[in-house]
Ligand binder design. Sequence first.
Ligand code: SAM
Ligand code: SF4
Length: 331
Amino acid sequence: MSSILTDKYNRNITYLRLSVTDRCNLRCRYCMPQSSFSWMPAENILSFEEVTRLCASFCRLGIKKIRLTGGEPLVRRGITRLVEKINELEGLEEICMTTNGTLLSTYARELKDAGLTHINISLDTLDPRTYASITGSDVFSRVWDSIMMALELGFPKIKINSVVIKGVTDSDILDLARLALKYPVDVRFIEFMPVGDSIPWSPDSLIPNSQIKNILEADLGELTQLPHAKGAGPAALYSVSGAHGRIGFISPLSHHFCGTCNRLRVTADGKLRLCLFSDREIDLKTPLRNGLDGQEMDTLLRNAVNSKPEGYMSLGKLNPSCHKKMSSIGG
Ligand code: SAM
Ligand code: SF4
């Protein structure tokens, strides 16, 4: 039986981003600056059994795609088992992961065997020194090996996500875009967002994606916009003549996409976030631990989704921002 989860603005909610840990082995300066982190207490993190029960409810309600994220999802021990469990849920069409790629070459094969189909790897530069200065770790080659391994294993969809920060990674955009010429990967440029109180964001650090597109076109030739598939997410995708992959732009600041938002987020400690830029959270951990049954959880989730905000502007914000760190929300 198929279900449709719709909010009061008539948006079909089909996509769940689920953070499995707030911990990470990197300290990207735009996400988790060295000075400002403390971990969630371990006992607050949802167990795999709790995550699976929750995902089962979401799938009964009509969620078709679940993305595991973090922190770094691959630092959570036994993560492959969770992928396997989620992959068994009825109604689910895609199980995806967003990772920094540092540990992926170790786990790629077992993740693929467990049913993972879509993999997003975050990489903002191809220069090992810039990589180390952004992330605090000199491990660029491990990420590169992971990308090659994912290609070799033939994951159906591989995306490279690159945050562009003026004066830090803007000189890398052409090299990154050329990966889509050479390999069957989508390279997506993401506008740097003011998420979390302690990151070094300022309006001056933002380069709007329209500017990046102009820079790329000057070198690669015309980028041809592809039709936006329903439920395909916030990236505007472009083809380039002769390329094996595509180039995408995710522009939450210059072109917000609240009107077509189809997503929900759950933090590692079981808080449902209805909008990335709203700090309102609905506690799911307590009802899960108090023995709420499946049907009661379905009702709780359905009612919660009905209060999904229309968009960040309806929250009284001129620009999208929130106080919580990106690493604890999951991107
Ligand atoms: N650790 C994994 C990774 O890096 O891919 C998953 C979690 S990370 C929080 C998810 C995504 O959020 C990454 O692609 C990262 O680049 C992006 N991100 C983090 N902070 C950001 C910010 N301030 N603005 C835009 N994107 C950000
Ligand atoms: Fe870790 Fe990902 Fe945040 Fe970087 S962006 S600090 S890899 S969670």
